[in-house]
Design a protein around this ligand. Sequence first.
Ligand code: KIV
Length: 259
Amino acid sequence: MQKITVKKILNKKNKIPITCLTAYSKTTAEIVDKYCDIILVGDSLGMVLHGMKTTREVKLETMILHGKTVKTFAKKSLVVFDMPYKTYTNKSIAYKNAKKVIKLTKCDAIKLEGGKKISKIIKYLVSRGIPVMGHVGLLPQSSTNFKLRGKNFAQKEKILEDSLSVSKSGVFAMVIECVVESLARKITKSVSVPTIGIGASKYCDGQILVIDDMLGLSDFFPKFVKQYSNLRKIIDKCVKNYVKDVKTRRFPSIKNVHK
Ligand code: KIV
């Protein structure tokens, strides 16, 4: 089993599609690690695991707890830690928090949301040896609506400019979230690092989804998610059957008893 490195991810640009999923727990980390190049410990965990309304409520300590678990059980994939809201408001705050994250979780890299505005922060972190993944397009930490981005000329130009700025600041890859196909294609052609799309068409160097969404565990079914199962329905049926068994004394059966 060969460990995936930042260099290996960079080398995949324009060659082999990069496979990524989020994971937040031991079990999902172990499974995703078998197949994916990158595991993102996404701040989406606030919404999918903890039922928060936005990712802005996610605390650094919560992320560290999940980051540590995922990194412990992921042996091969590159584990990327999503820095939560307000933890990288300037260079020194970003560096202090990123150093703490890497020290406590041992994650391989961090991810920051934003464009031109945070490019200097990214450059600073990279120059101090912290591998950074960018995130452009729809930015959940600073957005009030979750609509498709890049539908008009001005928005397209701004997101392209942000992508170029983030690429030049030294990221090893960038997530492009929820943009029109033509823009994703343009960004992927224009930047020197791999682009990882979520709701950003096939014209990216790789794809990422939130694991709970693709497993059908969450209640979120946007067009860009392909649902590979309906785990919510499966769990519902299991719990229903368990309760029925307990009530009818079919569980525990002879097989489950110590004599
Ligand atoms: O938090 C997250 O899971 C993410 C992905 C949607 C890319 O940022």
